[in-house]
Design a protein around this ligand. Structure first.
Ligand code: KG4
Ligand code: ZN
Length: 352
């Protein structure tokens, strides 16, 4: 089974050809970071235009490199949402056109399902498993029971963790994207110099909150003597932020691991995915709790953790195997929760 996957939901344009034996036959990824850097964040219109310009070339490249003709494909999968609607439309229309012309099954993949199933592209990870999905747009703890079957244990009531990293980086003058920059700055910092809150720590349940932490960083920076922040200030604030975020993440995830264990006695795996999973400090904190809670931690390789098309193609393969094909009248979905039955959390601005 061979599937072409397309990802255009945020600021990465990506295409990949993957087969049922977990081989990534070819992949291309174009990051738009340089297009958005002057604006200090992602501009949806700029993103949509860039996807439109770049995607066809990437698809041609992966088809050629994989040695696959369109007629050899078993399906075409594209991210159908959630995400920035302009970009999602570009990817979905491209996939539909290929599927229509070559009479292939079309698969509209939920971007979150792409992340959720990504560990199965590299490892034998049986269902059910617990997934911590931490990226710029998402911050969730989910039980992955099977393809298309998810139970959300927790989500953020305000900012996603990657968003908090990005906003903190902006405040500290570290530029965009912020996560890697904060991690680098934190490496030389003293996390004890500034005292920051650990949002939600000690509370029951698995929901996250990061907006107060970000604000606390701003207050701490403003309390320093007037003038630009020194390199030391930036390093210490980054280290304090990262440690506080790690404490909050660990506290919430421990609750989720226990709830998962109670509900699914056979489940023994914690998967961490999403762009923030690239953070070595946070990964080591998660490795520690995996050991103390007696679960196996699986962290897919970094290029599979950030947005990519191989995970979309793989989710397409998993869906195709179950006959979960979509029709060409599928409408892109800017919002598309994995667990539609999850109780709404009691604050505004919740990320689904
Ligand atoms: O999964 P992703 O590529 O895109 C989505 O948001 O879906 O994640 C990007 C996010 C950004 O917020 C970025 O700052 C964060 O992941 N990130 C990191 C690191 N690398 C990327 N956050 C913390 N530490 C990192 N090393
Ligand atoms: Zn993502």
């Amino acid at each position: 089974m061979i599937v072409l996957g397309i990802e255009t939901s945020c600021d990465e344009t990506a295409a990949a050809v993957v087969d049922g034996e977990r081989r990534v036959l070819a992949e291309r990824l174009h990051s738009q970071v340089d297009d958005h850097r002057p604006f200090g964040g992602i501009v949806p219109e700029v993103a949509a235009r860039a996807h439109l310009e770049i995607l066809d070339g990437l698809v041609a490249d992966v088809m050629a490199e994989s040695g696959t003709g369109f007629a050899d494909l078993d399906g075409v999968a594209a991210t159908g949402g959630p995400g920035l609607i302009g970009g999602v439309i570009v990817g979905v229309m491209t996939a539909k056109a290929i599927a229509a012309v070559h009479d292939l099954p079309f698969l509209a993949v939920n971007h979150l399902e792409g992340h959720a199933l990504s560990p199965r592209l590299v490892d034998d990870v049986p269902f059910p498993y617990l997934l911590l999905l931490v990226s710029g747009g998402h911050c969730q703890l989910l039980v992955v029971e099977g393809v298309g079957s998810y139970t959300r244990l927790g989500t953020t009531i305000d900012d996603a963790l990657g968003e908090a990293f990005d906003k903190t980086a902006k405040m500290l003058g570290l530029g965009y994207p912020g996560g890697p920059a904060v991690e680098r700055a934190a490496a030389d910092g003293d996390p004890a110099r500034f005292v920051l809150p650990r949002p939600m720590k000690g509370r029951p349940g698995c929901h996250f909150s990061f907006s107060g932490l970000k604000t606390a960083v701003r207050h701490a920076a403003e309390a320093l003597p007037p003038g630009p922040l020194s390199e030391r200030d930036v390093a210490d604030l980054s280290a304090a932020f990262q440690m506080a975020a790690g404490d909050a993440l660990v506290d919430r995830t421990v609750n989720a691991v226990r709830e998962f264990g109670d509900r699914y006695p056979t489940g023994d795996t914690l998967v961490v995915a999403g762009g923030v999973a690239a953070n070595a400090y946070l990964r080591s904190r998660l490795a520690d709790i995996a050991t103390s809670e007696g679960v196996r931690l699986v962290a897919p390789p970094q290029k599979l953790c950030t947005d990519n098309a191989a995970m979309i193609a793989w989710a397409g393969i998993e869906r195709l195997r179950l006959g979960l094909v979509d029709t060409l009248d599928f409408a892109p979905r800017p919002r598309w929760p994995l667990d539609p039955d999850a109780a709404p959390v009691a604050f505004a601005g919740v990320k689904a």
